[in-house]
Design a protein around this ligand. Structure first.
Ligand SMILES: [Zn+2]
Length: 368
């Protein structure tokens, strides 16, 4: 179907609508699979072409997939053609007489709409089941902290300030180790002769490692974002220009750290659990403002990890200071517009975290 469409496209002819039925005589194996699977492919193909003509820049012309890429098919449920036996751990699919043994990650109730079976390029099979159900989420926990400010960093994954103080979350060690192994496997694959048996083995090892890292990172990001959403009523982060940063030298560590995924998770989890998620303006100087007196340090550089406020004498850990400023935005969000001015003028010491810091003296020269 794709070939037919692409051929007409290249000859600048009108692109024909094609249906799987036309090919069943020529390719008898098409009769072995259920018709929904074929129908869904046809729908996806139509959509791919429609998207392409709507926006050629974003949606390239569809092309054939490599056999090694992720493979999948989707089928729909009619008259109970798809069922799950939770006790025996079996999934029943159309055209298969026997149930497929599955490892169930969790139980569900509701009406099964469709199933997508996929095979990853590291050779594992997954079935994703779409179920119609009432809007059920995990239990909403009452937040313990009114607000929290988060500074995403490269050295530490995130620095958090909330009603109880501040803490830093490190990049997980197992991920750093796994990335090291990934680099070893990449080198190993590049040394193998192309299309040899050993290169195929190395490719599979590499694909498995990629899958492991991606799963482990998602797990980390999901658990951390859930914990933060559970604990805080208002969550404030910087609007980091991820795309812009990706063009800089920091690109690798940013892409690896999963910042954008983390923000996406926070955003939708906030919606699910009735929390407020605020991303402050990109130009809000969260790192440059002294959280204590509002002084703006114009000469702060990216590599300055600590700095001392010339006005009030407070010594700042760069990340902690930024997260405190964001926390203040979360506390006084009603007046935050424009954000920057609200922060400098309307700061109140009300409800701030207790810090083991010096008492304000008004002297700008006092230091330890
Ligand atoms: Zn200051």
């Amino acid at each position: 179907m794709l070939d037919k469409k692409v051929q007409s496209y290249k000859k600048k002819e009108r692109i024909p609508g094609v249906t799987p039925a036309k090919y069943k005589e020529e390719f008898p194996f098409l009769k072995e699979v259920d018709s929904f699977a074929l129908c869904n492919v046809q729908l996806q193909l139509e959509k791919a072409f429609k998207d392409h003509f709507r926006n050629r820049k974003q949606f390239k012309l569809p092309k054939f997939k490599k056999k090694r890429d992720k493979q999948s098919y989707t089928t729909n449920n009619t008259h109970n053609s798809i069922r799950v036996d939770f006790v025996k751990g079996l999934l029943y699919l159309p055209k298969l007489r026997e149930g497929v043994k599955i490892e169930l990650h969790r139980s569900f109730d509701g009406k099964i709409k469709s199933v997508t079976v996929s095979k990853t390029n590291d050779g594992k099979y997954f079935a994703s089941i779409l179920v119609e159900t009432e809007n059920r989420r995990n239990k909403v926990i009452e937040s313990k902290s009114k607000a929290c400010g988060m500074d995403l960093g490269l050295e530490h994954f995130v620095t958090v300030t909330n009603d109880f103080g501040n803490y830093k979350v490190e990049h997980p060690k197992y991920l750093l180790k796994a990335e090291e192994r990934l680099r070893r496997l990449q080198r190993s694959l590049s040394r193998k002769q192309k299309d040899s048996k050993n290169s195929e083995k190395a490719r599979l090892r590499l694909a498995r490692q990629h899958a492991y890292i991606s799963n482990a990172r998602n797990d980390f990001l999901h658990k951390l974002s859930k914990a933060i959403i559970d604990e805080n009523q208002v969550v404030v982060v910087e609007d980091i220009n991820v795309k812009g940063l990706l063009k800089t030298r920091l690109a690798k560590s940013i892409a690896d750290s999963g910042w954008s995924k983390f923000l996406t998770y926070l955003k939708y989890k906030a919606e699910w659990y009735g929390r407020t998620f605020i991303q402050v303006d990109r130009f809000f100087p969260s790192s440059k403002l002294c959280h204590r007196c509002g002084y703006k340090n114009e000469v702060l550089e990216l590599h300055d990890r600590t700095w001392c406020c010339p006005k009030c004498g407070e010594t700042h850990d760069r990340d902690v200071n930024a997260s405190i400023n964001l926390y203040y935005v979360g506390l006084g969000r009603a007046e935050v517009k424009p954000v920057e001015r609200a922060l400098v003028d309307d700061r109140s010491p009300h409800g701030l975290p207790k810090k083991p810091s010096r008492v304000e003296t008004g002297s700008s020269t006092e230091k330890d």
